[in-house]
Write a protein that binds this ligand. Structure first.
Ligand SMILES: Nc1ncnc2c1ncn2[C@@H]1O[C@H](COP(=O)(O)OP(=O)(O)OP(=O)(O)O)[C@@H](O)[C@H]1O
Ligand SMILES: [Mg+2]
Length: 353
């Protein structure tokens, strides 16, 4: 089966083709028009998707070495995301599927991140087989979920305020770094001292008595943001500039150690022997290393997609659509799907059961 996936939930326009379960193409265009605003401007994002979507879809189909008439199904993100941005990809995909007379499958963007371990990255790719803990860390979400063998899942923890990606981006902005600051902090931190300053790590064993901490899988990053802000106010611009790498490494350590500790604690609590980490922040090199070390130590299998599949991409949309179709529970020929802005876990999760 040949599936075209389309992703436009934020500031990446992406289209991918899955050819009988292997990736034929995964074209991603990242919008540059937001850089000077320090964040994504929703209207500009929609306009940019509108401007590029035809050429991105054409490139994906051409790179996969097929024609549009050889597509069997089209899938697109129906939410969550910036509603105008989602609508561009969703309307385009529904219209294209309708015109070709093939099924359309709506995909939940966050579930697509969550199930990234199933993207067939290579012929040797191995996906999780039993239950696993999913740590989904992106620009707008931070979720810990228990995924069962039948791929039904329960969210067991989430952020009470900022997402992990937001924590990177907002503290980076305070340091004068360009948006998105996550990858910049990652680069700066590589040559910095993570123990230069101990920024707070909320809701962890370091901040709670072990009794109240046990079984608490929620996250909170707003205290870190405030702490960085007040700490920066106490130091001169020259001092901050001199120690930029150390500050970046210390901020990164505070975020990464919380994520790692909680994911491993969840795996031990629910007695699962596998963890999958996905979403833009899973591209972070320190998080990858920390998760690898912690999982090795506890005998846990770790699944992290290649960095191109960590941030927004359409291969994850096509891949989840394939998974849903293989379960046989997705409604076909539905060209009337409504977009949604916030994570409605129940909406599509039900069709994975
Ligand atoms: N190497 C990195 N280190 C830390 N953070 C990173 C890295 N690369 C990307 N990020 C962060 O990942 C986020 C973008 O991820 P992603 O594209 O999955 O989010 P989004 O789609 O905007 O949000 P969501 O998926 O929640 O709707 C940004 O916050 C960015 O700073
Ligand atoms: Mg995303």
């Amino acid at each position: 089966m040949n599936i075209l996936g389309i992703e436009t939930s934020c500031d990446e326009t992406s289209a991918a083709v899955l050819l009988d379960g292997r990736i034929g193409s995964n074209v991603i265009s990242s919008q540059r028009c937001h850089t000077s605003f320090g964040g994504v401007v929703p209207e500009l994002a929609s306009r940019e998707h509108e401007r590029t979507i035809v050429s991105i879809v054409n490139s994906a189909v051409t790179e996969a070495n097929i024609t549009k008439n050889e597509l069997d199904c089209i899938a697109a993100t129906s939410g969550p995301g910036l509603i105008g941005a989602v609508m561009v990809g969703l309307c385009f995909a529904e219209g294209m599927a309708f015109a070709l007379g093939i099924p359309f499958v709506p995909v939940n963007h966050i579930e697509a991140h969550m199930f990234s371990a199933f993207i067939p990255e290579s012929p040797e790719h191995k996906s999780p087989e039993g239950p696993f803990i999913s740590l989904t860390v992106s620009g707008g979400h931070t979720l810990l979920s228990l995924v069962r063998e039948d791929l039904s899942y329960d969210v067991i923890g989430k952020t009470l305020d900022d997402a992990a990606g937001e924590a990177f981006d907002k503290t980076g902005k305070m340091l004068g770094l360009a948006y998105p600051a996550g990858p910049v902090i990652d680069r700066l931190a590589a040559s910095g001292n993570p123990h230069f300053h101990a920024f707070p790590r909320a809701l962890t064993s370091s901040s709670q008595t072990s009794r109240s901490y046990r079984g608490n899988f929620d996250f909170s990053f707003s205290g870190l943001k405030t702490s960085v802000q007040t700490w920066l106010q106490k130091h001169t611009a020259e001092f901050i500039q001199t120690h930029l790498h150390d500050i970046a490494a210390s901020v990164q350590y505070a975020i990464v150690s919380v994520l790692t500790e909680k994911a491993v604690a969840a795996a031990r609590h629910f007695r699962t022997d596998a963890i999958s980490v996905a979403g833009g922040v899973s591209a972070n090199s320190a998080l990858r290393t920390a998760m690898q070390e912690a999982c090795r130590h506890h005998g846990i299998r770790l699944y992290i997609p290649g960095t191109v599949y960590s941030t927004d991409n359409a291969a994850m949309i096509a891949s989840l659509a394939a998974l849903m179709l293989s379960k046989g529970t997705v409604r076909k020929n539905n060209y009337d799907v409504a977009p949604f802005a916030s994570f409605a876990a129940g909406a599509i999760k039900a069709s994975l059961k």
